[in-house]
Design a protein around this ligand. Structure first.
Ligand code: FMN
Length: 178
């Protein structure tokens, strides 16, 4: 079974903690998961995984977590055209409802630009926000899993488990073609 790279950036630890939950859920399906902090990642490390899960929190009114921001030019120089990527983003829908998980939208745009096959879209049902760069035009779907440890921490475990089941399914359908 393929080894999965779970690459995250974090300022206060939430995105790492949620990454740990995602990794644990994936291990229950028999996957080997390696967690990598983006501040220590290199192009070689990222390219060594056929399946990547990328995690990013949003800071300061739609701002990009700084280690991810530092990695932007390296990311844009990668060729991810034969890689499968799923995204998750951390945010606070009540405190920052006009910018909810914006950074996940930023990352989605760049990962798509370098050719990755992106899976793991997620319904916005159950969230309350006004705008998000990570959502589609009618605000019905996010481009990846949105997690709110500030307002809805009690929903995190079930959201993670449901989303992991979904991406395992999507990944297994694609893995044949990789
Ligand atoms: C000063 C500040 C600014 C924030 N700005 C945003 C924002 O613009 N959008 C959002 O969705 N969440 C925002 N958040 C919430 C964080 O994304 C959230 O707390 C997240 O879990 C932090 O993840 P980390 O611990 O991995 O850094 C902000 C939080 C703080 C304290």
């Amino acid at each position: 079974m393929a080894t999965i790279g779970l690459v995250f950036g974090t300022d206060t630890g939430n995105t790492e903690e949620v990454g740990g939950k995602i990794a644990e859920a994936l291990r229950n399906y028999g996957y080997i998961v390696e967690m990598v902090n983006i501040s220590e990642a290199s192009p070689e490390v990222l390219l060594s995984y056929p399946f990547l899960i990328l995690g990013i929190p949003t800071w300061d009114f739609g701002g990009i977590q700084e280690d991810w921001e530092d990695f932007e030019s390296t990311l844009l120089a990668l060729d991810l055209s034969n890689r499968v990527v799923a995204l998750y983003g951390l945010g606070d829908q009540r405190g920052y409802g006009d910018y909810f998980v914006d950074a996940m939208g930023w990352l989605h745009e760049r990962v798509a630009q370098v050719g990755a096959q992106i899976i793991g879209r997620w319904s916005t049902e159950g969230y309350k926000f006004s705008a998000s760069l990570a959502a589609n035009d009618d605000l019905s779907e996010f481009c990846g899993l949105a997690i709110d440890e500030d307002q809805q921490f009690e929903l995190t475990d079930s959201r993670v488990n449901t989303w992991v089941a979904q991406i395992v399914d999507e990944f297994e359908q694609l893995a044949v073609a990789l």
